[in-house]
Design a protein around this ligand. Structure first.
Ligand code: ZN
Length: 344
């Protein structure tokens, strides 16, 4: 029997004292499970919690009250709001009191089912498809705020060299496929602890370290590395890896509907973007597209292989950093040389 919690009502009938068969004209008044039994003069006979209710369909309805009192309604239907075992009454109470909990548990169950049924890759793909542009753009800028605060200083690269590198970058952009969520832009930062490296952010910001420009003055290498990072942006690799890294949160936010807070949380964890690791597939794609872009802009695509070889030989002091964020070096140099066309 499910009690309705907030019902109130009134019924006329007869009261019986404990072990007495003497009928007393009475009224029962109740709110929730608490009932007051009144005699004909309105004097309270008993006040307390309603006990068992005996109600044979078509027959009389008797309510058991404290101290052995019973109440029999003249019309059993008057007790409906007190007795009716309503299916779903328990659920409606739960929804009324804990709508967020119910929604959250539902979302978790749906998420678990979706992962079990379709797997992470598809979930990430769906998330990517429904991610609007503004939060992605905001990721670039909020991530730069973090990087500036934690690990980057203003670039020491002379302005004229920065202008040359910017010109390389613009030549590459002219040949590269578009950034899916924003525009490409290049930033220079001095990052001694990071070493020679470049980072792509999801909306199209490319960060290049002074250490890369100092250790690798060759324009072909710079074009190869920047082309590679542009390809990570175009391929949406950055956001995809972020979503994979936070997949359990992602599923719930995806079902609840707004990816903005999720993205902010990911960034708040620290330098999520800078510690992301790409998959080998993504690295292969970025190598191929990056080389094609660099070659279309007039640079030597094979220079990217030179760059990797140099890092591997330990001549650049940030080699390990590069490899941790861009893994899959086995055979990579060989593949780059295969992809890169002969210089004309
Ligand atoms: Zn890469």
């Amino acid at each position: 029997m499910a009690w309705r919690s907030e019902t109130e009502g009134r019924a006329a009938g007869s009261a019986f004292a404990a072990r007495s068969s003497c009928k007393i004209p009475a009224q029962l008044v109740w709110q929730g499970r608490i009932a007051r039994l009144l005699d004909a003069q309105g004097v309270t006979l008993i006040l307390g919690e309603v006990g068992q209710i005996d109600h044979m369909p078509g027959g009389p309805a008797q309510v058991h009250l404290p101290d052995g009192w019973q109440f029999e309604a003249t019309r059993a239907a008057d007790l409906d709001s007190l007795t009716a075992p309503r299916p779903g009454a328990g659920l409606s109470r739960l929804e009324a009191f804990h709508p967020r909990l119910v929604a959250f548990i539902s979302a978790c169950l749906i998420a678990a089912f979706v992962v079990w049924r379709w797997g992470l890759d598809l979930i990430v793909a769906i998330a990517m498809a429904v991610t609007p542009e503004p939060p992605v753009r905001a990721m670039d800028s909020s991530n730069m705020v973090l990087i500036n605060r934690l690990m980057a200083d203003e670039s020491q690269i002379p302005a004229d060299r920065q202008a040359q590198v910017q010109a390389i970058f613009e030549g590459l952009i002219a040949e590269a496929p578009a950034a899916p969520w924003g525009e490409y832009r290049l930033l220079f930062r001095d990052m001694p602890e990071v070493g020679p490296n470049a980072f792509a952010m999801p909306a199209g910001t490319i960060l290049v370290t002074d250490q890369l420009l100092q250790d690798f003055p060759d324009d072909d290498v710079i074009a190869g590395v920047l082309g590679h990072e542009l390809a990570h942006v175009h391929g949406r690799h950055v956001l995809r890896q972020l979503y994979r890294a936070g997949s359990s949160y992602l599923l719930i936010t995806l079902i609840v509907g707004d990816p903005g807070p999720f993205l902010q949380d990911m960034l708040r964890e620290g330098n999520a973007l800078m510690s992301l690791s790409y998959s080998r597939d993504q690295e292969g794609q970025a190598d191929r597209l990056g080389i094609a872009t660099a070659e279309a802009a007039g640079y030597d695509g094979a220079a990217l292989a030179t760059f990797f070889e140099t890092l591997q030989q330990g001549e650049g002091d940030g080699g390990p950093e590069w490899f941790s964020t861009h893994p899959g070096m086995e055979d990579r140099v060989r593949q780059i040389r295969e992809v890169a066309g002969p210089r004309d």
